[in-house]
Ligand binder design. Sequence first.
Ligand SMILES: *Cc1c(COP(=O)(O)O)cnc(C)c1O
Length: 374
Amino acid sequence: MIPFNKVYITGKESIYINETLNNGAISGNGYFTKLCQGFFEAKYGFKKTLLATSCTDALEMCAILANIKTDDEVIIPSYTFVSTALPFIRQGAKIIFADSYIDNPNIDVNKIETLITSKTKAIVIVHYAGVSCDMDAIMALAKKYDLLVIEDAAQAIDSFYTGKDGVKRPLGSIGHLAAFSFHETKNIVSGEGGMLVINEEQFINRAEVIWEKGTNRAEFYRGEVNKYGWVDTGSSFLPSEIIAAFLWGQLENLDKIQAKRILLWNAYYDILSKIDLKGILLPKIPSYAYNNGHMFYIVARDIDQRNQLIATLKENGFHAVFHYLSLHDSSYYRDKHDGRILENSDKFTNCLLRLPLFYELEVSQIQDLVNKCF
Ligand SMILES: *Cc1c(COP(=O)(O)O)cnc(C)c1O
C-alpha cells in the first residue's frame, strides 16, 4: 500500500538529539531553539519567531496577544482544521464563519466585508495547501476596519505571495501574527511542533511572557531584569530542546525537501492535465500565489464520484484521504452558527480528495496511480 503520508527522517535528527542529551540541557529556549528561530528570521525576514509546542498552541498565543474577549467576533474560514477556531473560542469569542472561493478552498475575500461588525476584532486566514490567500485585499480590509490579521500558515512553510507592488513575500510575514505547524503531516516536521511569528514590534515582549508561563524569564536570561516573576497570563508554550534539535535536523534539509515535494506536485499536475478527468478539477493557484508542494488535491464532481475514486485507489494500493468537514456545520458549532449557508465550503467538504505526497514518493508511482485509477 502506498500511504497517504510517510515521515521523512533526514538522519540528522538523532545526531542533534544526542547532542542535547550530552549537553544535559533539554528544557526549552536553549541552543537548538535559538538556532531554529534564527534560521527562520534570517531566511524569511520574520521580525520575531518563537518555537511552540504546536501550531494550535501558537494560535492560542495569537488569541491571547490579540486580547480577544467574550463576545468579540473573529472571522474564520469554515473550511479549515478545528485548530484555527479553537483558540479564539477558548477566549470567549464568537466565530463568524466565512465561505471559500468557488474554485479554491481559501477564504473568499469578497465575502468578508459584509461579515464585519463593530464587534469584529480579527480575521484569521488559512493558506490552504500552502497556497496564499489574497493578502493585499485582506490587509486593506484590516486597515479600513482596524482589525488584526492572523495567518494560519500551518501548511504554508516556504510559500510566497506577490502583491500589487510586485514584491514577493514569504507567507507568515504579511499578517500581524502567524502560526506554522511541524506536525508529522506537514512538509517540515518535529512530531508535534509549531511556531509563532510576530511581525509587529508591539507584541514581541508580551509574546515572550505568554510563552514562558506568564513570567519575564526571557528578559531575565538576557540580563535585562535582575529577577523574574509572574507578570501576565500565559502557559507553557515552549517545546523542549529535544524537539528543537529534531527540527534543526529537518531545517538543514529544507531546500532539498521542498524541491522534491514541488517536483512531485508538478508531476501530478502535468500527468493529470493530459487525460480526460471526467469532471474532476485540478487545484488552481492564483497568479499572486505559489505552490510549496504541501498537498496535491483534486475536486470531484460530487461525493459519489469521490467515494468511487477512493475505492478504486484503495483497490490499487493507494491510500487517499479527504478532510475538513465545514466547521460551521460541525456538531460542536452548528447551534452557534448564524444559519448562513456556506456552499463552497460544503462542496469542498464533500468533493475534495488529497492524493499521496511525501518526500520518498517517486514520479513513477504517481504515473502508476494515474494509469490505474483515472
Ligand atoms: C495542521 C494544521 C493545524 C494544526 O497544527 P498542529 O501543529 O497540529 O497544532 C492548524 N491549522 C491548519 C490549517 C493545519 O493544517
